[in-house]
Write a protein that binds this ligand. Sequence first.
Ligand code: HEM
Length: 410
Amino acid sequence: MSAEDHAADRCAHTAAPAVDLPDFPVPSHDPRAVSDAIRPDARIALSSSRAMVLLRHVDVVAAARDPEVFSSAVSRFLQLPNGLDGEEHAAFRRLIEPYFTAERMAALEPGVREAARQVCAEVTSAAGVGTGAVGCDAVGELGSRFAVRAMMRWLGWPAGLEPTLLEWMADNQTATRSGRLDATADVARRYDEIIRSVLAPRRGRGGDADGSRQDVTAELMSDRALGRPLRDEELVSVLRNWTGGDLGSIALSLGVVLHYLATHRVLQARIRSGLTRRELTAIVDEILRIDDPFVANRRMTTCPVSRGGLQVAAGQRVVLNWTSANRDEEVFGDPDRFDPDGNAGNNLVYGTGPHVCPGRPLATLELCVAVEEIVAAFADITLDPVLRPERSITPNGGFSSVPVVLTPAR
Ligand code: HEM
């Protein structure tokens, strides 16, 4: 059966419009609390903007793996490759995936490690000579600074851009919190300007990369995997999705991981005792499953869906709630039970299906190296006894700040 026949077969169903669905309130603090409360009794909830929020693992996986019915073309803005479907999407994935091979990640590792060491040293020296324990925010200071530096090393961006990117991250968080469209549009426009300022010096005559800079950004500018060079707005979009994925999610993820280690001392001690990269990766992935900061992605149905009791009309906006699916009791039992190896096969932190995160190898490298260097630099990580961790607000999960106390290693 061709892909078209297959889709037509599934689209032959009719689906009644959703009725009697519970509301999915905008989470005011921990997004897990909202979905944990609804999920035992309902598989779908209705958001305030009338999107259907899929809460169960089985439904999120089915939708993510069925791009003909659950289209990713949900935004009026160019989103490469996130907003593409079908062959157009596959072509962009063929362009992108070679940038994340194991060989490239191995070559990048020393630079990422150096970035992590620098940030740990700066946090220590900021506390002053002779000071014992050091207080800092695991997201705003450690996480953000490390994320920016590691990303700039990967892409070959100038070190002088660091303050601009850090300021932009803070403004982006404020704009997201405000929920104001003009504020989020403004930070998005500013980010595009930052990217264009990086592209400009790499341009030679004829608008092509001049070849004088050998870095990932220059390579992308001269990439012909589509049979032609990327157009300007395509380059900006690809880089926006790489760096957007990188900066925010790495800082948030590091906050979640350090919060978990500060509150799970046996695990912290186990990591200090020395682990293989495979073991550490499984631990980091499992911590992020339990408290997934990358909450959701959107889809739009191309036809009615009626399957296993799930009824969704055509043209319906759908939300794949990864955070909820990653805590589904039907799959994981007690969602807070820590079982890196047992739960790995069902872990949805990096998505599934054709849009599965291409940046996973880079994210894994950055998070593992950061954890390795932080436990090497600091003999103990605890939560600050006075300042409270602050949860991010929708659309993000995790924490906007995790005040920790770090005891420098001797
Ligand atoms: C802890 C860090 C990260 C998490 C949790 C994460 C999670 C995800 C998830 C769940 C998706 C699936 C989206 C969907 O199905 O609609 C995704 C897609 C994507 N991620 Fe990540 N990501 C992370 C880091 C990164 C990094 C470091 C990059 C690149 C440098 C990146 C680039 C992308 C891109 C381009 C897509 C879209 C893929 C497509 O549509 O085909 N991500 N990510």
